[in-house]
Ligand binder design. Structure first.
Ligand SMILES: [Zn+2]
Length: 690
């Protein structure tokens, strides 16, 4: 029995006085009473990655007995499993081990989402840090978030975290830790920013009995004396942050009309797992025709970036733009913004209080052990009984790869099927979000080890568009955002683009879109030999009536047409393409792209093509998805290539390594002219006709 709350202005768990429901902690957790708050701030420019010099030091692990232990939380993992919870946690009996009157830093992490187990002072400005493993497990160390006070400005501090267990890390590829200074927030309105020099991630000498440990070390200076600062692996987003956000929605007279907040279930520690239902009020029986979109996040507590993406999504969908209206008219959104509140509260990286990775439990019937998973699956089953589910997506953070991408599910036989294909949506997303979302990074395999994930289970339940969205906790390798970190605004923008892609995918007429995808199979084999790159051939007629309708529709809704900068220009062309692809071919669009870039019509040299376009082309983003499929098979038929060194992209590869190599090869030689490129494409297409 899932409890429901009827009055929309009352957030479940909100008292009549408007107080939030108090956070429940495992009984043995000590929690300080200070309220930790951070201001919102976006750096004026994207923050660059760290460039290794090759001279970074690798401080060795200091075994017990060396140095002075100045911070140690003993409650962690005192019990072997979760027993019971209490509101607000245990009040700390003592301050931790610090002496007054010297300049030793004071550490604290006994607050919501905090994670730090132990600190050893190695020398005056050097500290060795140990992270707490996920509660009731002996592994999973990745997420950290702690407070440091008693700072001295301008001194050369070094921190080294010594108990990571993953051999690979984005800290090896330029990622820098986050720093927050309360003084800077107060005086200069500056929030979380990247910090650290001499950053090194390496295997250390702490391992015993086959276990290997890895260190992350960095140097930095505090900006102010006697400041309170914070360090974190990624931008924190706590359960209380979510509750505050939901309270604001529930109190908003407009938003609360189309966003209903209910209790999905309670977690093991008795924290509320919320579910949001977002759709415009409907007339008559029209509602059941609306398809559903299911979104979930924070099954893995340490992947805090996904809460910012979710916030971006919710800001957009609950906003008053015309696009949001259209989406709410056409869909019913079911959103579980935080699947693992207990893990988030205690500062776990991956697990729930059952000591298990919940994203392997979607097949489990152990409702009592994994309530949020069981109830999410149950909710989806119920939704399926009354309406079609267009898309399911679970948001994740990736700790080894850059960019944003998805994992989807695809049957081998489905590869050529002309129905709604799982590659379409990510392809659209990559076009809307070209400097963050990478289509070539997407994977569509169903691996045995992933059978218990939400993505695979929902797909097997019949949802074709079943995805895991993966967002790097570091940054992008693409376009203008190459070698920069993502900030919270970037992450929120991914949530906005997700909405844009949904709109492109289905609105205004989902039926037409399905028809369009079906037709593509035919279109692919018809007219492929026409000289589409001939400048005289008329491609201007490709504005189909339905794409006109959509434009008119959006104009009516007040969508602004902005003054074009070159980046936006390309973006718009790409967006237009997605609509045009309803009845034209990718190759025609390629022609249009070139034409728009070079209206004079001289033979554009590949080398002069601006980087974003090269990126588009190298990713095949201008091709309709079914053409992509065809091209994959063309290569298997062999033959002479019109341009040597120009390899047909192969999307269906056998192993990940092979696939990655192929993606590197996809770039066409820079000397090829447009005409030659066209010949290449025609060659691939004609090869695929047989
Ligand atoms: Zn994850």
């Amino acid at each position: 029995m899932v409890p429901h709350l009827h009055a929309p202005q009352n957030l479940p768990g909100l008292s009549s006085a408007g107080q939030l429901s108090l956070v429940h902690w495992p009984h043995q957790c000590e929690v300080i009473r200070d309220r930790i708050e951070h201001i919102d701030w976006t750096p004026p420019r994207p923050e660059p990655l760290y460039t290794p010099m090759g001279l970074e030091m690798k401080p060795s692990y200091q075994p017990a007995g060396e140095g002075t232990v100045i911070y140690l939380t003993e409650e962690a993992n005192k019990d072997s499993g979760f027993v019971y919870s209490q509101v607000r946690g245990l009040s700390p009996s003592k301050q931790i081990l610090h002496q007054n009157g010297d300049n030793t830093l004071i550490f604290e992490a006994r607050f919501e989402s905090g994670n730090l187990q132990k600190v050893v002072k190695v020398n005056e400005f050097e500290y060795q840090l140990t992270l707490r493993t996920d509660l009731y497990t002996s592994k999973y160390t990745q997420w950290y978030y702690f407070q440091v006070s008693n700072t001295q400005a301008g001194m050369p501090y070094r921190f080294t975290i010594v108990n990571f267990t993953k051999p690979d890390s984005l800290y090896k590829r330029g990622m820098r830790p986050l720093l927050y200074s309360e003084a800077d927030a107060k005086k200069h309105n500056v929030g979380w920013r990247r910090t650290g020099n001499e950053i090194k991630y390496y295997r250390n000498n702490a391992g015993q009995g086959g276990q290997q440990y890895f260190s992350l070390t960095w140097t930095f200076q505090f900006p102010h004396n006697r400041d309170t600062c914070y360090f974190a692996h990624c931008y924190p987003y706590t359960y209380s942050n979510l509750q505050e956000y939901l309270v604001a929605i529930s109190k908003d007279p407009v938003k609360s009309k189309f966003c209903k907040i209910h209790i999905l279930c309670h977690s093991l520690a008795r924290n509320i797992v919320y579910v949001l239902t977002i759709t415009n009020p409907h007339e008559g029986d029209k509602d059941t025709k609306r398809k559903a979109v299911i979104l979930t996040a924070r099954v893995h507590p340490g992947e805090t970036n996904t809460s910012w993406i979710m916030k971006g999504f919710l800001d957009y969908i609950l906003g008053n733009s015309g696009n949001a209206q259209v989406l709410r008219d056409n869909f019913v959104f079911k959103v579980v913004p935080m699947l693992n509140p207990d893990g988030v509260i205690v500062g776990n990286h991956r697990c729930s209080l059952a000591g298990q990775d919940l994203n392997r439990k979607y097949k489990s019937n152990l409702k009592e052990f994994y309530p949020s998973i069981w109830y999410t699956r149950n909710m989806i089953k119920r939704v399926m009984e009354e309406r079609d589910i267009l898309l399911y997506c679970d948001f994740h953070g990736h700790n080894r790869k850059k960019n944003v991408f998805v994992y989807g599910c695809e049957r081998k036989q489905q590869a050529k099927a002309p129905n709604l294909h799982p590659r379409v949506f990510p392809l659209l997303l990559s076009k809307i979000c070209p400097d963050k979302f990478s289509f070539p990074d997407c994977r569509f395999r169903v691996q045995k080890s992933k059978e218990g994930t939400g993505r695979v289970v929902m797909w097997k339940m019949g949802i074709s568009n079943s995805y895991t969205l993966e967002a790097s906790i570091c940054g992008s390798k693409l376009g203008q955002r190459r070698s920069t970190h993502f900030n919270t605004k970037d992450l929120e923008s991914v949530g906005h683009h997700f909405c844009d892609a949904l709109l492109d995918y289905c609105v205004p007429n989902m039926k037409e879109h399905e028809e369009m995808v079906k037709q593509q199979a035919k279109v692919n084999s018809e007219g492929l030999n026409s000289d589409v790159l001939d400048r005289d051939s008329s491609t201007q007629t490709s504005n189909s009536s339905d794409s006109c309708d959509l434009v008119a529709h959006q104009l009516k809704l007040g969508t602004k047409i902005k003054t074009k900068t070159s980046g936006e220009h390309i973006h718009r062309i790409a967006k237009d393409r997605s609509r045009e692809s309803k009845n034209t071919q990718g190759i025609e669009t390629l022609h249009k792209i070139f034409q728009e870039l070079d209206p004079v019509g001289r033979d554009l040299n590949w080398g002069t093509i601006p980087q974003p376009i090269e990126h588009f082309i190298s990713q095949n983003l201008f091709l309709p998805p079914t053409a992509l499929q065809e091209m994959c098979y063309a290569s298997e038929r062999g033959g002479v290539r019109p341009v040597s060194g120009c390899h047909p992209p192969k999307m269906e590869s056998r192993s990940r390594e092979k696939e990655e190599k192929i993606h590197h090869r996809v770039k066409l030689p820079i000397t090829a002219s447009v005409k030659q490129v066209g010949e290449c494409f025609r060659f691939w297409f004609s090869g695929s006709e047989n």
